[in-house]
Write a protein that binds this ligand. Structure first.
Ligand SMILES: [Zn+2]
Length: 569
């Protein structure tokens, strides 16, 4: 038994996540966690909401709530949606938790003790009317290069040039629109990342089996020369720059930068889990406390890769304590919506709550994982979604299970048929399925979800082909024993399919296993294709597993969410 620590990148707190976010880290992480549990391994699957930073503050302000209350509410909403999507987190925490305060301040103290922090004074925009410092992107004005009037202080969206707020003509606050702003000096803590380049390069160079997407992003950052970065901000919402209750002198009213404390919340959330369940979090995180045999895997979208290959490792290595560092990073590309970006701020695409209003979670889970943006970006269209659901889930898996269960109930007394022996056709089918099973297991182990979905679907097709050849519906009259044999074989295959599909479509898998396997129906990952059902045991017909998406539904959804016309939107 191996111990797997699995984390998904933390969804940001400001709103319900869209399906692009879901398939970009949380869903593939869940499929892998479910696979490893089904293999009998010890899994700890951790995620949390990322709650600090200016966007959270401003979103709270817009909704008229105090920021802590806003975050508590949004956390509850995201947690509920995750659970309805079947995301099997052992703990879904909050980066604002007391545990994350404690452990973030611990890392700060260690880095400080080890001489890796330095106080530097920077000049920043202060809004007198808003009574606050403004992050660069919250200063807007006219671009000096192209004349665009809503250029942000960090970059002009129109001509994409990188800017400094001081470059802007007619600068104003994006919070209030006030032009009553000035430059003020402010003291910040800089993490001396430049000291750690050698250590990081050595570490990345040893990761020969990581996806190229991940190592190339990491190397690009190291090659460009890693800059020291400020890990504090002039904000009130966040984790105070303090240790053991004492604020660092001169850092009153400042907090750690959200990108410093967010990855630390992987540890913080494990501490929250530990407090809630009386488990020992150190067994998972401290190599001197038993985490030496843990295999740690992180899932994330490509935009998060720099913070996990450079930022967070600097914190862990810089502490000079024996922390568990990641063993494997599964980085994902983007899933697009009709060739354009899914966007929370642009309200484009399908959001998790809307998706569940339309169809149960498994329809989405299957589509998203079978089209996961792994080797390249992938593309959602409603037409493709309909075709996938109808042809793969309804026609192939759903049809196989419902057909044999109904036939068994109507013609064979609703029990697993007794008597008769498997023959050449069953042996041949088992042989074909075992080849696929070996490939599927290897692909799941390698976190290749698209390829895994192809293997799984091929196995369902083999099951349907078996029924076409065995023809129990014809044989029931001439040779009822033979008909019983093929139904017994097919019912056992349905149990195998349920177990193998469980990482993808857990709700349907459970429905199949319970209807056909009864209370003892197991979803353990099988090593071989074999029988698990007792002949003579009673079975039930599961409710329709997957209904087809009808043309009228498709038309209504395209009307509501936008279709091909959103391509350039
Ligand atoms: Zn411009």
């Amino acid at each position: 038994m191996t111990r797997y620590l699995i984390t998904s990148a933390l969804p940001y707190i400001n709103g319900v996540k869209h399906l692009g976010n879901l398939v970009g880290s949380m869903l593939p992480a869940d499929a892998y966690a479910r696979f490893q549990r089904a293999r009998g391994n010890d899994v700890l699957f951790i995620c949390a909401t990322d709650e600090h930073g200016t966007p959270a503050e401003l979103a709270a302000h817009e909704s008229g709530l105090p920021v802590d209350e806003y975050c508590a509410r949004m956390h509850a909403i995201q947690k509920d949606l995750g659970s309805r999507f079947g995301l099997s987190f052992d703990h879904f925490g909050r980066s604002h938790s007391p545990q994350n305060h404690e452990i973030t301040q611990h890392f700060y103290h260690q880095l400080d003790q080890n001489g890796l922090l330095e106080e530097r004074t920077t000049t920043q925009v202060y809004s007198i009317d808003d009574k606050r410092f403004l992050p660069d992107r919250y200063v807007v004005g006219t671009c000096p290069h192209c004349g665009y009037e809503r250029a942000r202080g960090d970059q002009c969206e129109n001509c994409t040039r990188v800017l400094d707020p001081a470059d802007l003509i007619n600068p104003r606050s994006a919070v209030s629109g006030s032009t009553n702003i000035e430059l003020r000096d402010s003291k910040h803590l800089f993490l001396r990342q430049s000291e750690m380049v050698g250590r990081l390069r050595e570490w990345i160079d040893a990761k020969t089996n990581w996806p190229l997407l991940v190592t190339s992003i990491a190397r690009k950052w190291l090659d460009e020369g890693l800059k020291d970065r400020s890990i504090t901000r002039d904000l009130t919402w966040g984790i105070p720059v303090a240790y053991q209750g004492k604020v660092r002198p001169g850092f009153e009213g400042k907090v750690f930068y959200v990108w410093f404390d967010a990855p630390i919340e992987y540890v913080g959330a494990t501490m929250e889990w530990s407090a809630a369940t009386k488990n020992d979090w150190k067994r998972w995180w401290r190599e001197d406390e038993g985490a030496g045999d843990v295999r740690y895997i992180q899932f994330m979208g490509k935009d998060n890769v720099p913070f996990h290959t450079v930022g967070f490792p600097v914190t862990l290595f810089g502490s000079k304590e024996p922390w568990k560092v990641v063993d494997h990073i599964k980085g994902l590309n983007w899933m697009n919506y009709y060739g354009g970006k899914f966007s929370t701020s642009g309200n484009r695409g399908i959001f998790m709550d809307q998706a569940l209003e339309l169809l149960p979670a498994d329809y989405w889970r299957w589509y998203l994982l079978a089209n996961a943006p792994e080797s390249d970006d992938s593309n959602f269209t409603w037409e493709h979604f309909q075709a996938t659901v109808n042809h793969e889930l309804a026609d192939v898996l759903g049809n196989f299970v419902n057909r044999i269960a109904k036939f068994c109930t109507a013609r064979l007394g609703g029990v697993v048929p007794v008597g008769g022996e498997y023959g050449a056709l069953e042996a041949e089918t088992t042989g074909a399925l075992e080849k696929r099973l070996a490939t599927l297991t290897a692909q799941m182990e390698a976190m290749e979800f698209r390829k895994s979905a192809i293997e799984l679907r091929s196995m369902w097709v083999i099951g349907n082909e078996y029924l076409q050849k065995a023809e129990p519906w014809m044989k029931i009259k001439s040779d009822p024993v033979a008909a019983g044999v093929s139904i017994r074989y097919a019912l056992n295959l349905a149990m195998v399919f349920a177990a193998l599909a469980q990482p993808f479509i857990p709700h349907a898998s459970r429905a199949i296993a319970q209807a056909i396997g009864g209370k003892t129906g197991s979803l353990r990952w099988p090593a071989r294709i074999g029988d698990s059902l007792e002949p003579g045991a009673r079975i039930a017909v599961p409710d329709v597993l997957f209904a087809k998406i009808e043309p009228e539904q498709l038309a209504a959804w395209i009307e509501r969410f936008g279709g091909a016309d959103r391509k350039n939107g």
